[in-house]
Structure formats: structure tokens, C-alpha cells
Design a protein around this ligand. Sequence first.
Ligand code: XUL
Length: 532
Amino acid sequence: MSPSGPLFLGIDSSTQSLSAVAIDDSLNIVAVESINFDTELPSFQTEGGVHRGDDGLTVTSPTTMWVAALDLLLSRLHESGFPFDRVCAISGSGQQHGSVYLRAGARGVLGKLNSDKPLRVQLAGLFAVEDSPVWMDSSTSAQCAAREAALGGAQATAELTGSRAYERFTGNQIAKIYQSNPDGYHATERIQLVSSFVGSLLAGDPIPIDAADGSGMNMMSIREKTWSPAAVECTAPGLRDKLGPIVASHTVVGAIHPYYTTRYGLNPACKIVAFSGDNPCSLAALRLQAAGDIAISLGTSDTIFASLAEPAPSASEGNIFANPVDPDGYMALICWKNGSLTREEIRDSAAGGSWDEFSAALDATPAGNSGQIGFYFKDPEITPPILQTGTFRFDANGNAVAEFAPQTDVRAIVEGQFLSMRLHCGNIGIRPLSILATGGASANAAIIRTMSNVFGAPVYSAEVTDTASLGAAYRARHGWICKQQGRFIPFAETMAAAPPFEQIATPDADAHAVYSAILPRYAELEKRVIEA
Ligand code: XUL
């Protein structure tokens, strides 16, 4: 680490841990630290950072655990000699959708933190609801149905808020708290997201929710980036006053509270930049800054993150959020449950359990698989939503067939997965111009070539770790630079010093044309599979 110069800190409050990444002004990572909730704060008795209810649906985390973790994280960094006095700005990331219920009077308590005592001791009693519902909770189906009924259906809800009503989305969680614990609800002065809550601890004042994480609540107008009166009013009475304002994600929302300057040596000039959700922060870490920049993560589930300019929210696929680095832009998140495990199943059944044989089969078969198309749902799929598991194979004439030759199966699963991605991306307005491949399968050259050809876009490789906290650190620096200059500076300009990602595939125009011709047939067959 150089002995001087500004530093920027990103703090990620995830489901299982609280982590920090510090960068210098040249974007180098200079420190990382992490606190695991289960093992380092065992008194909260969490498993994977959460408590699961007896109903199998309710999932919460003890809010005070996050408070205790913050002191532990900062003291760990302090003890390691981390130069907190050089930190110019802090931003953060939080698991999306989770909510925190601050009791009346919380603002006064937060403002008067005393650096002699740990946060946990001073903030006991701060919460009107002690256990925060988190994104893994799926106990609010009734509230989702009520929301969609009030807002004119699932598609209307998606058009208004960016997503249809999802159980984990915060508005539905708040509605459940109001109905099941009205005393707790009425005792609440301010409701925060996990992200804005951790930022509020640092600022010593409740900071606003940012537009990107606010998009995960089913209550924000995705186009206006303000609370939708209809979507707030159908949630719970008197809610608008408890939510505070929404700000653009690069906004400086406060300064560090003296608690931290005295206790850990932070610089009193250190700014707090709005905290955001972990997925928006990951978008920033992957530098998906221009509309059409997408990342495809090939993991247990396959996920696409994308920057887009003209979203077309849909009730059947994906979530649209405000973009965390471009106040006029949007981002999308789409998840496919059948990812690596499903590819591995075909590797085992059709390629002798060997990735080399799997790649050889891909190389030996033509783009478009001579018109043969397969759907492989080892698990119920999210995109498109289909509960029925199984494999559905069709010949070039659209007739269902029981089997493919092994090599055909290999090509069919890979092409099918990427055609599904292209189809469903297109349905919500994503027009991929460049692809960043991450996750395990991104190391397979034959799979990546197929990805490039299906989308007709160059593919780059990125192995970025700690994306949520790193993205938060990049955003801290972005917000700080905007504040210094007194105007919005495009995120890309602030990231010019970052080393370029390595290009690993160039699309073949002929192969791409084959896939463009197949796509309508693929869509047609997918409809048949869903309807069957
Ligand atoms: C996104 C979601 C999860 C959490 C994980 O909608 O629910 O990705 O953000 O922390």
C-alpha cells in the first residue's frame, strides 16, 4: 500500500457475513476483511446468517447481529493497522429486500453515539421489530396476491415497479409485519433496507434508500424513481412517512459520525455515499456501465446482469432495477435455476463424465444442431416459470422425440440455455453488445464460443471476487468524485484506470445468423413445453 493518497471503503452486509474492501485512487485493492456471522458471532445462533421459522417459509436475521458485526469488522481493520484516516468515502452493499424497523426516537439515539461503548450496547432497544425479514423469506404469498390485485395484476405491477410481486420484495414483507405484528409496525418510525441501515449506523442518522436497492421493494415507480403512492398505500397505512426519501445511488448522504473518528481513527471529512443492493453493487464491480453491457454468470444457477436503457418490465421474467451508476439508466437481473448441475447431468449421461469429451462433442456438431432443440429442466425453472421437471427434445420438424444422439444432447443443452437467455433478455429490453463471462463454466472455451455465437457479441472474461463490496468501494469513489466536482461524472470516466477485461471469444457471423433464424422456433417450442 502506498503511504499516502485517498482510500475508499466498500462494506457488504450479505446474508452470511459482513465484509469490507478498500481501494486506492488507482483502483487497486489495498485491504479486505470479513466477519462470518455464524462462527464469529455465535451468540446469535444463526445458521448461514439466518433463523428459519417452523413454517418452512419465514426467514429472518437478528438485526442486532449486523450492528455487532460492524464494530467487529472495523476493530479488526483498525487492529491490522489499516489507515482509516485516509478513507475519503465509504459506501456499501446489502443483501437486497431485507428490512429494518427503527423505533420512534431512533434518530436521536443514532445521533448521540458514545465512542466509549460498543454500538450493540447503545442500540439495544432501537428496533421496533427485532428480527429482520430477509430475501430468503417466502412467507408473503397472500400479501403478493393482494398487491397485484390492488395494482391491476402482475403485469401492471411489473410495469409500475419493475417486477411483479415477489415474496421476498420488501413491500410485501412490510405488509406482513403490519398484519401480523401491528404493535411493532405502529412503533416504527423509519423502515430501512439492510443497505441503508448499515449506512445509517456509520452516518449516525437514518440515510435515504437509494433508487437501485429501492427497486427491490415493489413500491417504487421504476420510471420516476420515487415512491409510487398507489404501491405504498396498498401496503400498510401511514407507510409513506416511515420510508424517507429515495436518492440516486451516487449521492453523498452524510458524513461519518464522530463515534468512528474517535474509536477507529476515521477522518471526520469522510463522506457516506448512499448504500445499495448487492446485485447493483456487483453490476458496478463488473463495470457494466453502458446499455448493452451484460454479464453472464455460469454457476449453480445461471444469472444475467445487464445495463439497459429502455426496459420492458415483465411479469414472467427477471427484475428491473434502477441502475446504480447511471441515474437515467436501468439494470436487469435474470436467473435460470437449471445451470451447472443440469449441464453436469448431460456431461455425465452423454460425455462420459468428462468436460473434455463434452467440449469435443460441441466442436464436432454444427451450429444450430441441424434444427434439433432440447429443454432440460432438472429442477423447476424460474425463467420461464415452469414447475414441471424433465427433458423435452424436438427434431428439426418440431416433433417430440425421446432421445438424441449423445453429441446432439451436448449441443442441445448448451444452445438451449443460451437461446433461452437471448429470448428472455430480449423480452425485457436487453440488447447485448458485449458479454462478460464469469463463474465456473466460463473457463470452457467451446461453451464460450457458443455463447458468443448465439448472442452475436464478443465475450470477455472476468474473475472478480467480492463483487458486492468491491462494487461498493467503486461507488464510494464515484460518489465522492461527483461531489468534489459538483456535477455528475459518468462512472466509466472514473474507472478509466481499471485494466481492460480479456477478450476470449469473437462471434462468427454465419453461426450467429443460424441462431437468429432458430430463435422464433425455440420460442414456439418453449411455449409448447410450458403449456404441456
Ligand atoms: C435478488 C436477491 C438476492 C439477494 C442476495 O433479488 O434476492 O440476490 O440480493 O443477497
